[in-house]
Design a protein around this ligand. Structure first.
Ligand code: SF4
Ligand code: SF4
Ligand code: SF4
Length: 263
């Protein structure tokens, strides 16, 4: 079955896309997205927003298979694929994603709540050339700690993009530590904003006709967003749901799905 994603960023034709099984990442960029905008080179592709991960040019011929890409930190997350061209700064992208995490986490576990706050502060300092080089290991250490101790996929995935960006583009982090990033200083376009709009447009809902009222989803929801009475349809409170998708994977009756609010 095709998967629906929102394609954003530096492609000629951004918008809602349907990804067929086996389609490569290159096909997504070149055919569904109409290729890179303004004749610039592809640099990276961020998939899944705050809890997702980052892929680079060497990954372009891989098939878009969420299970196979999971070891690279890729998750469905917020359902967005963000394409960056050669002139986008990865430090800026990591900072913006951490801002999304700040808006999305539920605050239940200390490691995610406090850890991502510290990461957010440090990434802001790094972006604004105020972070000392000696603090970089601390930033990465906190990210690693959150990724192994957080309760749900949102916290576990919050470090994936930063980790990949640092691995593939260390010179951009060095430039920010040294106080002069040519990418940030020369790129006068508006920044590409990950996450926010599509995250707000999506809801996780329970189909009352398919729900058997087993309560499994409610018992597993860390955000306490699901309620109901046994053997009657359960409901999800959209104000509490952080869209971690745990319940969708758990429901044995396929009763939980995501919907686009404005579709
Ligand atoms: S339950 Fe998930 S979203 Fe909430 S604070 Fe923990 S890791 Fe973050
Ligand atoms: S796990 Fe599925 S069937 Fe059970 S209460 Fe939740 S939505 Fe209903
Ligand atoms: S309702 Fe489902 S998607 Fe939303 S927070 Fe709970 S487990 Fe996660």
């Amino acid at each position: 079955m095709a998967m629906s994603f929102l394609l954003k960023g530096d492609v000629c034709r951004p918008g809602r896309i349907e990804i067929e099984k086996g389609m490569t990442l290159r096909t997504i960029v070149d055919e569904l997205g109409g290729g890179m905008a303004n004749g610039k080179r592809f640099k990276a592709m961020q998939i899944g927003g705050a809890s997702g991960g980052l892929l680079v040019e060497e990954h372009l011929d891989l098939a878009f298979d969420l299970k196979a890409l999971a070891p690279l930190g890729i998750r469905r997350g917020d359902g967005v694929i963000l394409v960056c061209d050669e002139d986008r700064c990865m430090v800026d992208l990591c900072y913006r994603l951490m801002q999304c995490t700040q808006e999305e986490f539920c605050g239940k576990c200390v490691s995610c709540r406090e850890g991502t706050r510290r990461m957010d502060e440090m990434l802001r300092d790094l972006k604004e050339y105020r972070l000392a080089g000696a603090c970089m290991p601390r930033l990465m250490g906190i990210g690693e700690m959150v990724s192994v101790t957080a309760f749900c996929a949102l916290g576990k995935g919050c470090f994936s993009t930063l980790q990949a960006a640092y691995q593939h583009f260390p010179e951009e982090f060095c430039a920010h530590l040294d106080g002069h990033c040519a990418l940030c200083e020369n790129d006068l376009r508006p920044a590409i904003e990950p996450g926010n709009i599509p995250f707000d447009r999506k809801r996780i809902v329970i189909d009352p006709d398919a729900c058997r009222g087993c309560s499994r989803c409610a018992r597993s929801c860390h955000a306490e967003a699901i309620s109901g009475v046994i053997k009657s349809p359960f409901v999800i409170d959209p104000e509490k749901c952080v869209k971690c998708y745990n319940c969708m994977d758990l429901c044995a009756f396929g009763a939980i799905r995501e919907v686009f609010v404005d579709a």
